[in-house]
Design a protein. Structure first.
Length: 386
């Protein structure tokens, strides 16, 4: 339970998409908000992300401005087998370098004080709150705060200072490639090759000409080698490489703690609000930020946070099964995808895991046997499965 201070200022550390989103919501509700961002300007490295249509419900027009492509079909591939799933409503390809400045504009319009070039190096507890050590313009200054939101990523300094355990992270490596002639720009292709990764390879078109081909692994250098080998097998030349460390959701950690006399919260990657099936965190990160903002404004835990916990736990359960899949299991999975099962996958989004699993099992009962067999009897292929 948070302590309620109806007019107390709020300090947000990190100008991530979720940090800016939380800042704008809090400021529009009338709270004084300062956001500390270490970068000198809003010019993040270009990188596209695939999100479900639920992003539009959360962001509206600013989200629409960042959309560069729409995906209406997925091709699933393993060992020469292919299954195609048509989406009833398209997934969206968004450009981060457009989304983040757009969210910054909204935050400023709402009254958020954006302090660029402000790097938080530490937090110290006091009886009245916390003291933040902030490096700015070659000097170090101290800022007092009673409510702090950490939106500073997987290796959050706020989380470390407040005593949250470090997150499990995995490497994401992808290459920008020219789209192959047999792939339509509205179709994403996914390959399951469990000998290379417990996740999958993806090729997601950014435009009619280019796409991002990548994977998530367990060891950075080995993941890069797998990607280079796969590119050669597919006859694709990398135009550039991109890499990041992505947090994995291993268990729910309440995103609120007391530190001295202050309330400390985490949002986005800092809170590991990430779907561990696909390691996608934009939509879930925004929903977690909404829950934290609601908690701060109303002085009680928002109902949005338990709902998000249930969803992320369902993704973790599915991940535990998929981490045990062999290539033969994926072959069987594609073989038993009936028209009804494909209809479920095409109608529901990745943000509805419980409904997907229930309706898939009703549409194709053989999936129950496959899931239970891998959960109960197969050995995990990934150390992240536990």
């Amino acid at each position: 339970m948070t302590q309620r201070h109806d007019s107390a200022p709020i300090t947000i550390v990190g100008g991530s998409a979720t940090g800016l989103f939380a800042a704008e919501r809090l400021a529009r509700a009338g709270r004084p908000v300062t956001l500390l961002e270490s970068a000198d300007d809003w010019s993040p490295e270009p990188r596209t992300l695939i999100v479900t249509r639920r992003m539009r419900d959360l962001l509206g027009e600013v989200g629409d401005r960042s959309v560069v492509n729409a995906i209406s079909r997925f091709e699933l591939v393993t060992a020469g087998r292919t299954a195609s799933v048509a989406l009833s409503e398209p997934d969206l390809i968004i450009e981060r370098a457009v989304l983040v400045p757009g969210l910054a504009e909204l935050a400023v319009a709402a009254g958020v004080d954006l302090c660029m070039g402000s790097r938080v190096s530490g937090l110290t507890a006091t009886d009245e709150g916390v003291t933040l050590e902030v490096g700015r313009r070659g000097a170090t200054e101290e800022r007092k705060a009673t409510t702090v939101v950490g939106a500073d990523g997987s290796f959050s300094r706020v989380a470390r200072a407040a005593g949250w355990p470090p997150l499990t992270t995995v490497p994401l490596v992808q290459a920008i490639v020219k789209l192959p002639s047999d792939l339509a720009p509205d179709t994403a292709r996914v390959w399951f090759q469990p000998d290379d990764t417990p996740y999958f390879y993806w090729l997601i078109p950014e435009s009619p000409e280019r796409g991002a081909l990548g994977l998530i692994g367990e060891d950075g250098p080995e993941t890069r080698r797998c990607l280079e080998r796969f590119l050669e097998q597919q006859g694709l030349e990398p135009l550039e490489f991109q890499a990041a460390r992505i947090p994995c959701y291993t268990q729910w950690v309440p995103p609120h703690r007391r530190m001295g006399g202050a309330d400390i919260y985490l949002v986005g990657d800092a809170a590991a609000h990430v779907k561990v099936t696909t390691v996608g965190g934009i939509v879930t990160g925004f929903r977690g930020a909404l829950g934290v903002a609601d908690t701060i404004l109303h002085g009680r835990t928002s109902a949005a946070l338990p709902r998000l916990k249930r969803e992320l736990d369902w993704h973790r359960l599915l991940r535990r099964s998929l981490d045990r899949f062999s290539e033969q299991d994926y072959e069987l999975l594609l073989d038993v995808l009936s028209p009804g099962a494909k209809g479920v996958l095409g109608t529901l989004t990745r943000d509805e895991p419980a409904s997907i699993m229930l309706r898939l099992c009703l549409a194709q009962p053989r999936l129950i046997v496959l899931g239970l067999r891998t959960l109960l009897f197969a050995s995990p292929r990934s150390p992240l499965a536990s």
